[in-house]
Ligand binder design. Structure first.
Ligand code: ACO
Length: 325
């Protein structure tokens, strides 16, 4: 079976940036509490943007960087828990917006913060099944729409944004990864619009325990199935839920600090969008070069978890003209 490679990335954020100080106008909190408990300094909240507009902007950037026109896309998957409508899906709206071909599958998936990695696996298997070549895989969220701005235990954590990638079927490398779920409503749930309580509710400590356990297990499983030992992995691109979760796992697994890449300070937790936004940040920082080995791992609502091994076969575009590290 052929594997999957990412050949370009893109991202889009709402115009309105909300620093921690602004959150204390909604709830009793402080920059000190938020940044020391989570690593978050700011997030973006949508005003006029939609899940479609954010997805389209991120996708256009990824397509342009791949040097591909929209007719070359054979599959479009959007990972989201905050679509604009129950139907049509964001991916169908995007098909029209971008002028994608009619003879291709377009659908959304809901696996919360693991959604983008789930979508990469689905894309890889579908491209094998159909023999097609290019997939547009997007993570997009407008979590500000389901935040209770009176609940300080959740509203300071989340933000909006979209990340996109163009992925290519990669003969000869195989698909290596982990997908799983522990069905659970109590640790994290959101009933959604039109319900008595439409907001996201979370038992932070239960999610924390799940996250540190499953993230470590997922990275160990990626090590086993890829045959790439942890010390040979260049970067770990993990769901940006909380800097303390990432640092806990990084230290426990003796991973060097700079290999556990983070961008939570600038964006907060963007759920399904967090890993593709992080991959785009990494491309823009010049970290994704030919031969770079990445373990990507997500965990979150469901409760779900997912991991995938990614190896770059080229320097990913995005860092041109910028100083790289
Ligand atoms: N500002 C100030 N004080 C606060 C805030 C806030 N924003 N939120 C909670 N507190 C208070 C609480 O009321 C409590 O006060 P008390 O001791 O007087 O009762 C105190 O801070 C400690 O609260 P805890 O909930 O125990 O704080 P904790 O150290 O566990 O941190 C946090 C909370 C950050 C949510 C942590 O549990 C966590 O990160 N959990 C994982 C959450 C996560 O990763 N979620 C996303 C994954 S799933 C997904 O991405 C969709």
């Amino acid at each position: 079976m052929d594997g999957i490679r990412i050949i370009s990335t893109g991202k889009a954020l709402p115009e309105r940036k909300v620093p921690n100080a602004k959150m204390s106008s909604y709830v009793e909190t402080s920059d000190e509490w938020i940044s020391s408990r989570t690593g978050i300094k700011a997030r973006y909240f949508s005003e006029k943007e939609t899940s479609l507009s954010l997805s389209a902007d991120a996708a256009r950037q990824a397509l342009e960087r791949a040097g591909l026109s929209s007719e070359k896309i054979d599959l479009c998957i959007v990972a989201t828990i905050t679509p604009d409508y129950a139907t049509p899906s964001v991916s169908c709206l995007l098909q029209k917006e971008l002028g994608l071909r009619e003879d291709i599958p377009c659908f959304d998936i809901n696996a919360a913060c693991s959604g983008f990695v789930y979508a990469l696996h689905v894309a890889a298997h579908m491209m094998n099944g159909t023999g097609s070549r290019h997939a547009l895989v997007i993570g997009c969220e407008q979590l500000s729409r389901i935040l209770d701005l009176k609940d300080r235990s959740t509203c300071v954590l989340f933000g909006d944004g979209a990340g996109a990638c163009v992925a290519e079927r990669a003969p000869g490398i195989g698909i290596c990864g982990v997908l799983g779920a522990q069905g659970d409503r109590d640790a994290l749930h959101c009933c959604g619009q039109g319900r008595k309580d439409p907001f996201i509710r979370m038992d932070g400590r239960a999610v924390f325990r799940f996250a540190v356990t499953k993230l470590e297990e997922t990275l160990r499983e990626l090590e086993r199935c890829s045959g790439v030992p942890l010390e040979k992995v260049d970067y770990f691109a993990c769901h940006q839920a909380n800097e303390r979760i990432l640092r806990h796992v990084q230290r426990k697994m003796k991973i060097p600090e700079k290999k556990m890449v983070t961008c939570i300070a600038d964006y907060g937790n963007t759920s399904g969008a967090s890993i593709p936004i992080l991959l785009d940040e990494m491309a823009c920082r010049g970290l994704l070069k030919k031969g770079t080995k990445v373990f990507a791992a997500g965990f979150g609502g469901g409760l779900t978890y997912a991991g995938i091994y990614l190896e770059m076969d080229r320097d990913l575009p995005g860092a041109e003209g910028k100083e790289t590290s």
